[in-house]
Design a protein around this ligand. Sequence first.
Ligand SMILES: Cc1cc2nc3c(=O)[nH]c(=O)nc-3n(C[C@H](O)[C@H](O)[C@H](O)COP(=O)(O)OP(=O)(O)OC[C@H]3O[C@@H](n4cnc5c(N)ncnc54)[C@H](O)[C@@H]3O)c2cc1C
Length: 477
Amino acid sequence: MSSFLSRIGSRREESPPTSGFVNGEVSFWHRQIGMPTPRSALQGDRQYDVAIVGAGYTGLWTAYYLKRDQPDLRIAVLEGDFAGFGASGRNGGWLSAEPPGQLRRYAAARGWPAAADLQRQMFKAVDEVVEVCSTEGISADIHKAGVLHVATNPAQEARLRDHLPQLRAAGWGSEDLIELDRSELSNRIRIQGAVAAHWSPHCARLQPAKLAVGLAAVVEGLGVDIFEQTRVTEIRPKQAVTEHGSVYADYVIRATEGFTAGIKGHRRVWLPMNSSMVVTEPLSEAIWDEIGWASAELVGDGAHSFGYMQHTADGRIVIGGRGVPYRFGSRTDVRGATSSDTQHQLRDLLVRYFPAAGKIELDHAWSGVLGVPRNWCASVHLDRRTGLGWAGGYVGHGVAGTNLAGRTLRDLVLGRDTGLTRLPWVDHTVRNWEPEPVRWMAVRSLYVAYRAADRREFGGSPHTAAIARLADRISGR
Ligand SMILES: Cc1cc2nc3c(=O)[nH]c(=O)nc-3n(C[C@H](O)[C@H](O)[C@H](O)COP(=O)(O)OP(=O)(O)OC[C@H]3O[C@@H](n4cnc5c(N)ncnc54)[C@H](O)[C@@H]3O)c2cc1C
């Protein structure tokens, strides 16, 4: 164990962020621990038992569980940039039991008991990540104080209430989800305009890049080969083709989430949806006294454009939201660079909720891509004949979901028939997105509609705006 940890130390220097506002550069989380020196690229053709494309949480958890359970497996992870370059090193740090997909859709396909199984496994996945980090010595600022979903206007409150029966049907019991009124909420956190909230214990805060980097080091220490700066251009049965040679393997697992459109033949599979974040400078004690939030729960609002927040281990607020939702042709951002409009929107949201933070500076803004399937439901798949597999399409709920997917892929690759391989997201089929320019026009229109609906609802309208209901129906949300 200590050798893995000393290796992390030799690759990265723990250093506080330099002063001055930074835009992009992957994420604040990576800057906080020092940008990595990439591992070596693949050199020429190689043979393995399992090739995994992408060194985000999906790829790394899959490698971890496979190698831990069957140490003689030869496993290669092929990563275009560096481990944690994607959403895994940029996210909001909600290690949450919310399922990566719509339970009602899984229920429609396989029944409510199957959807409830998935939910039970998501509850467990949160604790599994916490436990593995502890046993493997991955220090990722993990703190399990639960999550608050806060209604910040009457329409959001109505949606929170309407959503409750579905959650109860899926197994969220009275201890898994507790309703809070305005005054109970203000004992925890004081958000301007908040009218009601739900609190659940099934969520932990973490520093995303610390998890990705730490997990990569653990996986490498177990004997998995990680090749960085090695972009896979094509995935074929039993072969991953890169610019530096091919990896031939019995199983080739695609774990590329929001970047999947960049692989030959996969352009319309998952839509790369942007999410953007900003982080404040550390807040003074006086400001924290006004806000409360002493337990560092994760906090989200009920807006259609969804604002989500973290109280970081070093006393900052990270706030995220949709920003520019989608780029024509499924393009992704350049190392997380974020438009100034999006930065202003997120700052306005922060100040709307916490007027006491009105004068504080932002330190960093960045963006990343989620993988969004046409019906907003994640899937895990392995074809034993061709050896091709994948997991992803988590939309915004992949931090815990990737762990469950990694264990499920392990069972599928090892040919085990387990409770995990029977979960309803295994082999869940989803149709492709529409071709361009329809895709771009549709997503842009949807987010114009969601923003208009949010404006109406913040203006006091007590019901979900009709335009948002229509957008939900068209988008498949
Ligand atoms: C801003 C933001 C905030 C989020 N907040 C949360 C949150 O708080 N909670 C939550 O549960 N989820 C959140 N998510 C979603 C979550 O981060 C993802 O679902 C999860 O990290 C997906 O992990 P992954 O390994 O599947 O994909 P990624 O982490 O994106 O990893 C894919 C990897 O594949 C590599 N790659 C891509 N193409 C190729 C190629 N052709 N060849 C080789 N390598 C390639 C990429 O470089 C990348 O490293 C957020 C996402 C974003 C963007």
